[in-house]
Design a protein around this ligand. Sequence first.
Ligand code: MG
Length: 361
Amino acid sequence: MAFPRPNHPENFLDPLYDSIHLSSQNTGTHVHLEWRRYARLFRQPLRTKHGVWDQREGLVVRLEDAQGRVGFGEIAPLPWFGSETLDAAIALCASLSAMGEALNSQQLALIPNTLPACQFGLAIAWSALHYPPSQTPLDAAIPPSAVLLPTGETALEHWQPTWESGNHTFKWKIGVESASKELCTFQKLQARLPKFSTIRLDANGGLSVADACRWLEVCATDERVEFLEQPLAPDAFTAMQALSDRFPTPLALDESVANLAQLAACYQQGWRGVFVVKPAIAGSPYRLRALCHQHHLDVVVSSVFETAIARNFLQTSLLPALPQPLRAPGLGTAHWFPDDGFETTDFASLWQRLTPSSKTA
Ligand SMILES: [Mg+2]
């Protein structure tokens, strides 16, 4: 593994790390932080094991330095998945911006691990300040994203447009209704999906061991199933290891590895299956990249329904910097929102449309 790749030395440097660790004489460059809240209604509420989710809320952050350079980032917490709350993120942004002239890269580099979405969002803003975001991935081959189908029988009617648009990896949530009912629906889905499609099943930790075995017996007969994601709750790690040893279909951890510390812990405990990583809530993207290379982790980079600000960073900066070849990322979520103006690469105009934080904090 050679990194950073010499032909793209600017691609994925860690400016925060550099600032605090490589420039001990340097007290950091002063920056001014502003943040604004956003809220986006889903086209249809998303049903998962965690409940019904109808609105995505988060923060767009804006850093500006003394030279007038601007970088946008995004803080998109998912508290029911283990990240900080939106209120905690707002409290951090308020305290950092209140530092005024004292705010610099060192404070940003010292955001605690209890605020992983803030670590991510401010790291990408800092990165954008120095390296304006690219619109296209660099030289790595990024496979088309997996696309999340609606839960339940609705999936039967929704896969075709996705297939025709060239995305052939489908993700479907299970563990929401009874296993018998879902297995019956899955049988219908199997019959409809084309031969060369790829299927990811995501239980969000909602299966019993017995139901997980029923699913894995079915999965074993269909080579289109790429993996079964988080069949059991995170505290059932040993049971998931046993399932992984017993059945041929790979298992992926998701809820078990919500942040970098959990990712490292599961690796240390012997997990060698797939890791679904949600970088926007995992912590520093630079430490994530280092961990993936250090242990040659088999990862799927996945969305938390972030806006184009975070997703652009994932697609053009993080994915090309991860061990190759890549599994299809799970970033095909834009179609879950109406045309609400957030799917733009003009981050400055997106920012202008949001209400200034002083009115919402
Ligand atoms: Mg999942």
